[in-house]
Design a protein around this ligand. Structure first.
Ligand code: MG
Length: 273
């Protein structure tokens, strides 16, 4: 049996080899050799970089757990890191069984701390008994940067999109009203879902004009759904980006259903120095 497998393998190599002409193969090798000769005195260590040394970070126990340099925004115990978006008073959403629950009688909440560029992990759950359709089915939202009260800022949509038609640039994991997700990686209502986000904030010139736009990359339940997407401006109004502070809070939307959140952490990103 082993011998037969070896024979099949050899035939496979021959078959693969047959797809290339021997001449082309030889020419390729010759090209590589001449490139090496042209490089002349270049040494392998010429292309080695030794500084700056990346700081050590201890990863979490699993990929969803906060690494050692993360700022934990919610660990299931309290809302100490959060305030109401409209007046910055203490956040009044409910904490229950290690989760925070959207309370539509109070409004959006946002972080006390302000951030620029970051990596974020967040988990959410649409109620198992969710009702309604379209945008009225488990709607909440992650504002990557809240530029003002209510829904001002840049929203990654949170919605039940497992089996719920709506405009595609408003379904779960869309950059709201700007960019649909590459695929629909939604889990069923009642199941915990995750977002991993890399956010690069916009940069403005001193005169208020845009120097570089914001960019976002999002994984939904581990699946890439937004691939370094350029943000066109605030997501609700669709207006061009207006200058704002370099650092802003991150916010969660109160919309119309008791969506739950857990395990939210963030790592601030800055270039190596
Ligand atoms: Mg929303």
């Amino acid at each position: 049996m082993k011998k037969l497998m070896l024979c099949a393998c050899s035939l496979g190599v021959m078959a693969a080899g047959g797809t290339y002409s021997k001449d082309a193969w030889s020419q390729g090798l010759a090209g590589q050799n001449s490139a090496k000769e042209t490089a002349g005195a270049a040494k392998p260590q010429d292309t080695e970089q030794w500084e700056p040394i990346p700081p050590k970070v201890s990863p979490g126990a699993n990929d969803g757990a906060a690494p050692s340099d993360a700022i934990v925004l919610f660990d299931g115990r309290n809302l100490d890191q959060w305030v109401m978006t409209n007046d910055r008073s203490p956040a009044r959403w409910r904490v229950e069984n290690g989760t925070m629950v959207v309370d539509k009688s109070h409004g959006n909440i946002e972080t006390k701390r302000l951030f620029k560029d970051y990596q974020l992990h967040l988990e959410y759950r649409i109620p198992a008994d969710i009702t309604g359709e379209g945008q009225a089915r488990g709607n909440s939202g992650l504002f990557l940067a809240a530029t003002g009260p209510n829904d001002q800022g840049y929203e990654i949509q949170i919605l039940d999109s497992f089996d719920n038609a709506t405009y595609v640039n408003g379904q779960a994991a869309s950059v709201y009203k700007q960019n649909p997700p590459l695929v629909n990686a939604s889990r069923k209502p009642g199941e915990w879902q995750s977002y991993e986000v890399i956010w690069t904030a916009p940069v403005f010139h001193a005169d208020g004009t845009l120097e570089t736009p914001a960019y976002v990359t999002v994984f939904h339940n581990g699946v890439l759904v937004q691939d370094n997407v350029e943000i066109q401006g605030p997501t609700v109004t669709g207006d061009p980006d207006k200058p704002h502070a370099e650092k802003l809070p991150l916010a969660l939307q109160d919309h119309n259903h008791p969506v739950r959140y857990r395990n939210i952490w963030l790592r601030e990103l800055s270039p190596l120095e």
